[in-house]
Design a protein around this ligand. Structure first.
Ligand SMILES: Nc1ncnc2c1ncn2[C@@H]1O[C@H](COP(=O)(O)OP(=O)(O)OP(=O)(O)O)[C@@H](O)[C@H]1O
Length: 277
């Protein structure tokens, strides 16, 4: 895994346009109501971008399109300057829940699986699996099977599976949504630490404001659907490592809460153009 100095990763240094979403709209069928309308967004290399929005507005739809699982009805998307034409090894996807762990393989085998598929040989394969397991603090649990793991441990395995591939982009769809509050905050802090130690670009979806604040460099807030749009994008001024509580945290929380409320109240298709970044 490549590591980088956190001070060299600021978006202004790395340049915008690593992942671009340009005026995309999406409908499931011709004539059906559009789920998304004219969403534009540009992620910098190494940026942690959080997409926040009400349930059902289309956050997963955006992520699925960046992943190359679905395609916009209108508009276009690029990754590293190339149009997205399908899934690729440059993008690792982490979903909510633990359904995708392979039950017949232990933790080590689950993390190793992707490297086997890619044809990575030992001893490199072993080194990379060990490094990924250490990164998510599962070095001592390598022999356990998925049914022996807690929800938080399963999500750590998911993160290790993504890290081990060296994919520069992590697409995370409410990965901590099913966890209890305490495990969730622990994993948020761990993810922030892991991100700071690597040079990944992250698109992270949540509807939890404090999760967005702990993790995001920028936070994009979507309106309610149908015809969901990007209502606003807010720069997160909190210094890292971030701590919950404190006046700055509280003030930003209130700001975001107000923005989310305004975004939810927006009348689909009636309130004109909103901020697209
Ligand atoms: N296969 C489908 N056919 C038709 N509509 C769908 C399909 N899948 C999702 N939708 C609709 O698309 C909209 C956006 O769904 P999406 O899962 O992207 O929202 P979301 O913001 O990620 O929601 P949540 O936060 O609840 O996960 C929803 O209204 C949903 O009902």
């Amino acid at each position: 895994m490549t590591t980088t100095d956190a001070t060299t990763r600021h978006p202004a240094v790395n340049g915008a346009g690593y992942v671009t979403i340009e005026d995309i709209s999406f409908a499931y069928a011709a004539g059906a109501p559009r789920i998304l309308a004219d969403v534009s967004l540009s992620l910098s290399r190494g940026e942690f971008f959080v997409l926040l929005g009400p349930s059902g507005c289309g956050k997963t739809t955006v992520l699925n399109q960046v992943a190359g699982f679905e395609f916009p009805t209108e508009g276009r998307m690029t990754v590293a300057g190339r149009p997205v034409t399908g899934p690729g090894p440059d993008r690792a996807v982490i979903f909510q829940g633990d359904d995708s762990l392979l039950g017949w393989l232990n933790v080590y085998g689950n993390v190793e699986f992707g490297l086997r598929v890619l044809g990575v040989k030992n001893p490199e394969r072993q080194q990379r699996v060990r490094a990924a397991l250490e990164m998510v603090e599962l070095g001592g649990q390598a022999k356990k099977y998925p049914h022996e793991l807690s929800g938080g441990m399963k999500q750590r395995v998911q993160i290790a599976r993504a890290l081990v591939t060296d994919a520069p982009i992590l697409l995370m769809d409410e990965p901590f949504g099913a966890l209890d509050a305490q495990t969730r905050t622990t994993l948020q802090d761990e993810l922030a630490r892991i991100w700071a130690a690597t040079d990944r670009t992250v698109l992270f979806i949540t509807h939890d404001i404090s999760e967005a604040m702990i993790l995001g460099d920028r936070i994009g807030i979507m309106t309610s659907g149908p015809e969901a749009r990007l209502h606003d994008v807010i720069e997160n001024p909190l210094p890292r490592p971030r701590e919950r509580g404190g006046p700055d945290f509280g003030a930003l929380y209130q700001d975001l809460e107000r923005t989310v409320t305004a975004a939810k109240a927006r009348r689909p298709g009636l309130d004109g153009e909103v901020g697209t970044r």
